[in-house]
Design a protein around this ligand. Structure first.
Ligand code: UDP
Ligand code: MG
Length: 139
């Protein structure tokens, strides 16, 4: 089933000029980038985006990191896009990520792990709506 997921290329990756290389991995996996914008996330945006992790010990660091430099927010489309992108990203901790995944190829550590991807279709809709309107998405 064709669906959409939400992706972020994180500050550690934009700092190292890896947007194109990461997009190549995404496209080689059969996912289509149907919307994309490079932004500086505000603290309010990052706190809202990661609200589910508010009680976790890494929350403050995560918000600091996500606002430390530019990010690229994206909408990806494809067959089973949510699960497929989780596979393409690899495990949260790059030490546990499979060969060929974005995190294995590019992540620095468990925090600075280069990309975000939605973990469910419902969350994908909410996350896309935080950064894009329907008119932004070309399909
Ligand atoms: N994170 C962290 N330390 C941890 C776990 C997660 O700094 O021990 C950060 C990391 O950037 C991760 C994000 O918090 O991508 C969200 O965590 P989650 O468990 O949702 O991982 P993801 O869905 O990104 O794989
Ligand atoms: Mg997550």
């Amino acid at each position: 089933m064709t669906e959409r997921t939400f992706s972020i290329i994180k500050p550690d990756a934009t700092a190292r000029n890896l947007t194109g290389k990461i997009n190549a991995v995404i496209e080689d996996a059969g996912l289509r980038i149907v919307a994309q914008r490079r932004i500086r996330m505000t603290r309010t945006q990052a706190e809202k985006f990661y609200e589910v992790h508010k009680e976790r010990p890494f929350y403050g660091e995560l918000v600091d990191f996500m606002t430390s430099g530019p990010v690229v927010v994206q909408v990806l489309e494809g067959d089973g896009a949510v699960a497929k992108y989780r596979e393409v990203m690899g495990a949260t901790n790059p030490e546990q990520a499979a060969a060929g995944t974005i995190r294995k190829l590019f992540a620095v550590n468990v925090g600075e792990n280069s990309v975000h991807g939605s973990d469910s279709a419902d969350n994908a809709k909410l996350e896309i709506a935080q950064f894009f309107t329907d008119a932004d998405i070309a399909g």
